[in-house]
Structure formats: C-alpha cells, structure tokens
Ligand binder design. Structure first.
Ligand code: NDP
Ligand code: HSE
Length: 440
C-alpha cells in the first residue's frame, strides 16, 4: 500500500519531535499502521530552521496554505498553536477533505464543536490525543478503553509547567520566576505562559475531557479557572503539616443540585492527601485519575509536555488515521466518544453550586474568643470542621494564623461564612481559601 502523506504545519518543539520520532521509528510504525506515514511537506515561518531540521527529506514552505490546499496531502498536522490562523487552516483542511491531527487544546476547547461538526459532515477524522496530558493516551482511554463505564469524575494534574513550578518551589526553595523561566527553556510552557500559570491551559484540557466523559459539547467559557499565581508559600507549608500536598487540579464531575443533574468543571489549586499516588506526581509529569462506575478508579501517569512525549501522541493519531481512513465514516470512533446525535445538554454548574471540602487560613489578633467567633459562624452556615491548627504567635507578634479544614459543603455556604468572618474586628485581612479533595 502507498504511504499516507502528511503535511506538517509548524516545526517548533512538538513539530520537530514528531518529525524525528516518525523518522527514527518509521519501520516499526509502518508495521503497525499497515502502511508508511510520510511527512511530505513542512510549513514554518523560519524556513532555514525547518530545512535544517528536515535535512532535505521533504519540501519546506513558508505558507501553510500551500499544504492545506495541496491535493496530494491526506493528513494535515497542525502544530502552530493559537486559535486564529490555526482555526482557519484546520477548517480549510477539513473543507478540502483532509484528516487533521492537532495538539492544540486551546483551539479545540473553544472551537471544538464547530470543528468536529465540519469534520463529521466531510467524513474526515480529527485526532487530538496530544491535546490533553501530552504523551499519556488519556483520550483513547476515555473514548475507547472506558467506554463501558458511566464516568463519575475525573481529576488530573494536566499542566506540566505549573506542576514543575510547584515541585521545584517546594523541594528546592526556588522562586516562582526562576522556575517558570526554566519551564520555558525546557519547552513545557505555552507561547504565552500566563495560559499555564493562570490555569487556562489546564481548563482547556479538562473541558475536552469533560466533553468526552459525559457526552456534552466543549464549553470552555463555563469552566471555573484559578491558577497558581495567588498561592502563598505559607499555605503550601501548612498543608504539608496537615498531611496534604497542593496541586493544580482540573476536575470535572457529575453532580446533583436540588434534584437537578449538572456537571462540575473547574481548575484550581487543591489540597490532596499526601498519601494519594496523585499527590506524589512531581515535576512536569502529568496524571489523570478517572472514576468509572464499573472499573472504579484508574490512574494514568506520564510526561505531559515536551517534544517527544507529545510527538508520541501525535503519531498515535496518525497511525489511527492510516488504519481507519479507508473505513466507512459512520463506523469510526466518534470524535467526542458519543455519537453526535446522542449528545447530552446536562448543564455545567455555576461555581457556587459545587460541593467540596475547604482549607481556610484566617489571620487573627491573638485575643480570647476569636476562635469561638469563627467556629460559631461556620456552624451557623452548616459547615462542619474536620481539623484545626492554631499557631502560637511568633516571638513579639500579636497576630497568628488559624487553619481550618472543613468537611464537604457547598461553595455558596463557604463564601457567605468567609464574608462574615472577614467582618470580625479580630480578623486581619482576607481569609485564604483553597479547595480540598480527598479523591477517595
Ligand atoms: P512552538 O512555538 O515551539 O512551535 C510552533 C511553530 O509554528 C514554530 O516553529 C513557529 O515558527 C511555527 N509557526 C508560527 N506561525 C506559523 C505560520 N503562520 N506558518 C507556519 N508556521 C508557523 O510550539 P509547540 O511546538 O510547543 O506547540 C505547538 C502546539 O502543540 C500548541 O498548540 C501547543 O499548545 C501544543 N502542545 C505543546 C506541548 C509542548 O510540550 N510544547 C505539549 C502538548 C501540546 P516560529 O518559531 O518561526 O514562530
Ligand atoms: N504548556 C503545557 C504544559 C504543554 O505545561 O502542560 C502541554 O500541554
């Protein structure tokens, strides 16, 4: 059988990794795919660098449109990033009847519904294994391996940059900016690293997983997003003393509020018991915990970023397309796991409706009755206390911290209680609130 021909848009970190792994393992990949996979053309703004990387093995152009419009190209691999030009190129490729492989989670979290609809209508495939958790085959696991299950929740460390920053800050005492610069140097960070540190990248990924797990459209604007920039070192230390680690988690979960079904979709720093496997995922590694009704909990772990781990996922999609491109489009695995006419309109819940546990740090004047006032407010708000830590004031200090871990409660109760606590004359400044998940 003739090799299937791919055109690569963007030969940066992931593009170069994809080109190299395909070259190095071409024989193994051909034996698996049943035919060769050839990158026939590469488009990149920096044609000199692209020519050097490809070493005369394929045609190099600066205009990506030459690839999406070339009738000889079967698959377009989009590795430019962003949602302007990338969307335009992907939509043109689909309109021209080409399959698409992309690692671009931002594009799919925002325009996925439109892209998958266009692909469905044209009978072409859009592969996006690399868009979530880099080299971990989590899309395949959710869409195929766990297909028997009613998925109950997913919680994942799905941004390598922020996990790297949190690990290095805790273990080596390095400052935030130094570690972020290192993550950029290692090729983990997004072109705009605020996407990483503000939780946006993780929210793109959990939005995609939520759609596949629950058969709902991709709805990034409804995700609750908090990054790690407001996280204080003191909270990381107190969490450790209480037996917890703080991780940036992407969480999506089936829930019921006042008898109505909904979906939680959120990214925020989260306390996790230190004894959980996922709490010990360090550096740029990713891990995704999935709870299904039949299988129970399954955990997927691996490199979430970097050239070759991500290339591994890109090439897995190329092989799937090489195998399935001749199959009847109606009998391929649906893009979002559920058949397009069987999607659910179950709503994403507003953040006030979610239920979880909380870590609260309250800075107080060291006076009699302070703790009683705080606990009375919590009790009145039906919030039950799980654990408490009251620090002795430092030498010469008149203020101290009270740390409270709550049992599960609704976010709206906690927000109301915090507002009251902050009005107490003995409370200094704002109450720090971090959500806590037992993940049991
Ligand atoms: P890079 O910035 O390293 O690579 C992008 C490449 O695209 C660069 O070589 C860039 O050229 C080129 N490019 C930019 N504009 C154009 C254009 N108009 N025409 C042709 N080429 C163009 O990004 P990454 O490889 O890191 O990321 C690519 C995608 O993969 C993104 O969507 C990212 O989110 C995703 N991803 C990245 C991971 C990683 O670990 N890096 C992991 C998982 C997903 P120039 O440099 O000259 O501007
Ligand atoms: N910037 C992303 C991360 C790349 O740090 O996880 C992988 O998607």
């Amino acid at each position: 059988m003739k090799p299937i021909k791919a055109g690569l848009l963007g030969i940066g970190t992931v593009g170069a990794g994809t080109f190299e792994v395909l070259r190095r393992n071409q024989e193994e990949i051909r034996r698996r795919a049943g035919r060769g996979i050839e990158i026939a053309m590469v488009a990149d703004l920096n044609t000199a660098r692209a020519t050097e990387l490809t070493q005369g093995r394929c045609k190099v152009v600066s205009d990506a449109n030459l690839i999406v419009n070339d009738p000889d190209i079967d698959i377009v691999i989009e590795l430019i990033g962003g949602y302007g030009l990338a969307k335009d190129l992907v939509m043109k490729a689909i309109a021209n009847g080409k399959h698409v492989v992309t690692a671009n989670k931002a594009l799919l979290a925002i325009h996925g519904t439109e892209i998958f609809k266009a692909a469905q209508e044209k009978g072409v495939m859009v592969g996006f294994e690399a868009a979530v958790a880099g080299g971990i085959p989590i899309i395949k696991a959710l869409r195929e391996g766990l297909t028997a299950n009613r998925i109950q929740w997913i919680a994942g460390i799905i941004n390598g940059t922020t996990n790297f920053i949190l690990s290095e800050m805790r273990d080596k005492g390095l400052d935030f900016q130094t570690v972020l610069a290192e993550a950029q140097r290692l090729g983990y960070a997004e072109a705009d690293p605020t996407f990483d540190i503000e939780g946006i990248d993780a929210a793109h990924k959990v939005t995609i997983m939520s759609a596949i797990a629950f058969g709902i459209p991709v709805q990034f604007p409804k995700a609750h997003v908090e990054g790690i920039t407001q996280l204080q070192a003191v909270d990381i230390r107190y969490a450790e003393q209480l037996g917890y680690r703080i991780k940036l988690l992407g969480i999506t979960r089936r829930a019921e509020v006042n008898g109505r079904a909904g979906i939680e979709l959120r990214v925020h720093p989260t306390l996790i018991p230190s004894r959980r496997l996922i709490a010990n995922v360090e550096g740029a590694m990713n891990a995704v915990l999935v709870q299904g009704d039949a299988v129970g909990a399954t955990l997927y772990y691996g490199k979430g970023a970097g050239a070759e781990p991500t290339a591994s996922a890109v090439i897995a999609d190329l092989v799937d397309i090489a195998r399935l491109s001749a199959a009847d489009p109606e009998h391929r695995v649906p893009h979002l796991a559920f058949q397009p006419d069987a999607m659910s309109d179950i709503p994403i819940l507003p953040m006030e409706d979610i239920t979880t546990s909380y870590y609260l740090r309250i800075r107080v004047a060291d006076k009699l009755g302070v703790l009683a006032n705080v606990t009375r407010i919590l009790a009145d708000a039906t919030i039950s206390v799980d654990a408490m830590l009251q620090k002795e004031p430092d030498e010469g200090e008149t203020q101290t911290d009270i740390i409270i871990l709550t049992h599960q409660t609704q976010e709206r109760n906690v927000l109301a209680a915090i507002a009251q606590i902050e009005r107490l004359s003995t409370v200094v400044g704002k109450v720090a609130k971090i959500r806590l998940e037992e993940l049991s």
